[in-house]
Design a protein around this ligand. Structure first.
Ligand SMILES: Cc1cc2nc3c(=O)[nH]c(=O)nc-3n(C[C@H](O)[C@H](O)[C@H](O)COP(=O)(O)OP(=O)(O)OC[C@H]3O[C@@H](n4cnc5c(N)ncnc54)[C@H](O)[C@@H]3O)c2cc1C
Length: 496
């Protein structure tokens, strides 16, 4: 389809959706009678995260901009020593998009890494990245050389070491979590020693740090695998949700899919009955590969569609029609792998001060996916929470990290809820999350750790049977428990 025709359709689509969005904006704000607002106060000497619900007092926050090297290591050692001498916590963060204070040391010393240093190494066909480099920095360095990151999240704003510390995954297929693409790293241990770790050097520390939520030391630099950047062509398949797992696993097993994701409809009447599978395979023509773009026109427009869905069932239908009908027709067609990865979070940002976006993620054995759909149909629409999106991804098995969420291949179900910033919404959200966690655990799956700390301690133990082993490893490297954050305080401290 020609560019002009596509633009015309986009404008028309934008007009319709804009009308729906306008209707929503003119709606009255929720009454606070009988509840209280949880809007952050933004008090001095506090830190918050992407949830807006983690405002926590801290002792000091420093931003480290130095390249990996002696100056940075000395700055980290000074903070560790001062924190330790005063029995305070120390913890490093990057973009602070985890949602349960995972990068916040309560009343302690917080440090944020802000340095995008990234360098390709031709001899090993790898790249070095500053621990605080964001994926946008990595893509900017690798793209002109014909490479890109092998595995990263669906957005480019996150820190590279942070991604390793949550062992994140994305939609590059057929890979497992990002830790599998890290060759080695340099870390300042809690005792102040700078050491190199890999699968063959200080291996126990390497595996405890992978998915270890920053509790084993301060990573300053990593060396990672690259993947060739290629032109990719999409295929869109609309199918009943009950057939999704079979088609998805079949596509991944075919071996020629480079990127893949799925979606389900979210309107309450026909909740999770329809699915769409989008697969990207290498295009026939690889002669010209254009520089990585930012958000495509479709993603820009998606924001309006997305936000119009809050408390609006008609908009949810319209969004599904837009995504499964109009979207494939006006899709940009051939696109580079790096352009697909180079998407900022801001594309879908919410501007409503009374609401916040809360993510959930569940890892489901493919053979139990249909049971998970049934569980969601029973739990989610009967809550007050507004599910705006679910994305489905494939995650290969991870047998390396101690807190592995994919001991075997899994379908990752990433959900984005828009939550009112009130006590009543928070209580309802917690109840719904616990129901979903019970259901996924009964199916042999698990839930993802970087989001809201709503799971009970028992649910956490059941979901991560190696948690006690992780605590033992952490205490071995950090006997004085200097590296602490919200995740430690809420769960692991109770097992120490
Ligand atoms: C909109 C959105 C989309 C997301 N999409 C995905 C997705 O597609 N796939 C997925 O798997 N996850 C996804 N996530 C979750 C995300 O990957 C994690 O929250 C990740 O931690 C975010 O990176 P960050 O830079 O914000 O980390 P932060 O929240 O700043 O830190 C995360 C953890 O890493 C530790 N850490 C950070 N830097 C260091 C360091 N140098 N040394 C030691 N420890 C360190 C921190 O202590 C903390 O425990 C998403 C989250 C959001 C909000």
């Amino acid at each position: 389809m020609g560019e002009l025709t596509r633009r015309a359709i986009l404008l028309a689509g934008g007009g319709i959706i804009g009308g729906i969005a306008g209707a929503k904006l003119s709606a009255k704000k929720p009454s606070l009678s009988g509840t209280r607002s949880l809007q952050p106060a933004g008090a001095p000497n506090t830190l918050n995260d992407a949830s807006q619900l983690s405002e926590t007092p801290i002792f000091r926050h420093t931003v480290a901009v130095e390249n990996p090297g002696d100056v940075l290591v000395d700055a980290i050692r000074r903070e560790i020593t001062e924190a330790s001498e005063n029995k305070r916590a120390f913890n490093i963060g990057a973009a602070r998009h985890s949602m349960g204070g995972h990068a916040i040391p309560s009343n302690g010393h917080a440090m944020t890494f802000e340095n995008g240093f990234t360098q390709y190494r031709s001899r090993s066909n790898t790249y070095r990245a500053h621990a605080g480099a964001r994926w946008s920095d990595v893509i900017a360095t690798l793209d002109p050389l014909g490479f890109g990151p092998k595995v990263m999240q669906s957005n480019n704003d996150f820190g590279v070491a942070a991604t390793f510390c949550v062992n994140a995954h994305g939609w590059p297929a057929p890979h497992g979590p990002m830790g599998s693409t890290v060759r080695s790293l340099f870390i300042v241990r809690p005792d102040g020693e700078l050491v190199r770790c890999s699968r063959t050097e200080n291996a126990p520390l390497f595996f405890a740090t992978m998915g270890g939520y920053g509790l084993t030391g301060a990573i300053i630099e990593l060396e990672l695998d690259v993947e060739p950047n290629v032109n990719l062509e999409p295929t869109f398949l609309k199918i009943p949700a009950q057939e999704f797992a079979q088609f998805f696993v079949g596509a991944i097993d075919s071996g020629d899919v480079n990127m893949a994701y799925g979606r389900l409809n979210v309107d309450r009447d026909t909740f999770f009955e329809d699915a769409m599978l989008v697969t990207y395979r290498p295009a026939a023509d690889q002669s010209v590969i254009v520089p990585a773009q930012g958000s495509g026109t479709l993603s820009q427009l998606s924001r309006h569609v997305f936000r119009a869905q809050v408390n609006n069932e008609i908009a949810k239908d319209a969004r599904w029609w837009f995504e499964t009908g109009l979207g494939p027709m006006i899709s940009d067609g051939v696109v580079t792998r790096n352009s697909l990865l180079n998407e900022p979070v801001v594309t879908l940002d919410d501007n409503d001060p009374m609401r916040t976006d809360i993510l959930h993620e569940y890892f489901v054995p493919p053979g139990r996916f249909n049971d998970f759909i049934t569980a969601c149909q029973e739990v989610i629409p009967s809550s007050y929470q507004e599910l705006l999106n679910i994305t489905l991804r494939y995650v290969a098995a991870d047998s390396e990290s101690i807190l592995s969420y994919a001991p075997a291949p899994r379908i990752a179900c990433v959900m984005l809820f828009s939550q009112e910033l009130t006590q009543r919404a928070e209580a309802d959200h917690e109840r719904m999350t616990r129901d979903l966690i019970d259901r996924v655990l009964d199916l042999g799956g698990t839930y993802y750790l970087p989001y809201r700390p709503h799971a009970t301690l028992d649910q956490f133990r059941r979901a991560y049977p190696n948690a006690e082993k992780f605590v033992e490893e952490k205490k071995f490297y950090d006997p004085d428990l200097v590296f602490r954050n919200g995740f430690w305080d809420r769960y692991l401290a109770n097992m120490a």
